[in-house]
Write a protein that binds this ligand. Structure first.
Ligand SMILES: [Zn+2]
Ligand SMILES: [Zn+2]
Length: 332
């Protein structure tokens, strides 16, 4: 089968590799669609902490179940599925609490499991979620990043009518904006440095969209602030935006130290928390939002390519030549 191999940092090629065979408890999936994610780009540049070349990239995937390994009866042959791309131990301290995102023995595509930019993939039947018939393959593959954003959004415990700020409108931040609009935010204030991203956020429901480099940020107005960029001074901005008792949720990883005036957190009783991938509950919530038709993910898909075009596309994304939200690969 064909697969997109990262052979060394910044170098990818479509290679012929052996087609995987489903083991006990696994299904074989004919991959239909895959999304490109920021973490694929980290791996591409050789910066990812544990995904190292040679490795097949990709973890956002939808496809059709075409064979069962021993002991599997569902999902049925022919089922349309999206894969929740982590294999967890089920027995560690965190798994026992349902916090599988924090599992200490986790395997993910590219680490102990094949990456998903390939024509076929094996996956435990237990991590396959059904796609409704009306959901396109490409929309199905966006459920994974939506699940990341669903966890971020839910960690803020936003209630309808509360004022929300989302700092950074990359692919995770913009989906937090979409979820906040769907959750009936009051004021929905977003920042980004790219005009395209600000316009896209407005289309998805942001009430204010500004470039933080040339706008004064409102102080003390927001109930929940989501930090989805590692931009300079972003943590100072987050604290500044907060009302008393506000919640700050951080999903971005930082390439430089950030300073925060902790006195501000103390005296205004602000809560700050991180957010790491998703639990089963978050993934199911994301799948339900798409399967029910409540969220139309076609509005975030801004480019569709073929597997053969992927090496060029990754190079273009790396060179910041691609403007858009989500690029997906069509495998048919
Ligand atoms: Zn992703
Ligand atoms: Zn575990």
């Amino acid at each position: 089968m064909k697969a997109l191999m990262l052979t060394e940092p910044m170098k990818t090629e479509v290679q012929d590799v052996p087609k995987p065979v489903p083991g006990p408890g696994e299904v074989l999936i004919k991959v239909k669609s895959g999304g490109i994610c920021g973490s694929d780009m980290h791996t591409y540049r050789g910066h990812h902490p544990y995904r190292k070349p040679p490795v097949i990239l990709g973890h956002e995937v939808s496809g059709e179940v075409i064979a069962h390994g021993p002991g599997v009866t569902s999902p049925a042959i022919g089922a349309r599925v999206v894969v929740e791309p982590h294999i967890v131990c089920g027995t560690c301290e965190w798994c026992r609490q349902g916090l599988v995102n924090l599992c200490v023995n986790k395997r993910v595509p590219g680490v102990g499991w094949q990456g998903t930019f390939a024509e076929y993939l094996t996956a435990p039947a237990s991590v396959c979620h059904l796609l409704a018939d009306h959901v396109g393959w490409a929309e199905g593959s966006t459920i994974e990043p939506l699940a990341v954003s669903q966890r971020v959004y839910s960690r803020g415990q936003a209630k309808p009518g509360e004022h929300i700020a989302v700092l950074g409108q990359g692919s995770i931040g913009i989906l937090v904006t979409l979820l906040a609009a769907h959750g009936k935010a009051g004021r929905l204030f977003v920042t980004d440095v790219m005009p395209y991203n600000l316009e896209a956020a407005k289309r998805l429901g942001a009430t204010d969209a500004v470039d933080p480099r040339n706008a004064e940020l409102p102080a003390g107005e927001f109930d929940v602030v989501y930090v989805c960029t590692d931009g300079p001074e972003v943590m100072e901005q987050a604290v500044r935006l907060c009302k008393k008792r506000a919640r700050i949720v951080v999903v971005s990883l930082f390439s430089r130290p950030q300073s925060v005036d902790f006195n501000n957190l103390v005296t205004r009783e602000i809560t700050m928390t991180g957010s790491q991938t998703y639990t089963r509950e978050d993934f199911v919530a994301a799948a339900n939002l798409v399967n029910s038709g409540e969220l139309d993910m076609s509005q975030i898909i801004t480019a569709r390519i073929k597997l053969a075009d992927l090496p060029g596309m990754l190079a273009d994304i790396d060179q910041r030549k691609v403007v858009g939200i989500k690029t997906v690969i069509d495998f048919d």
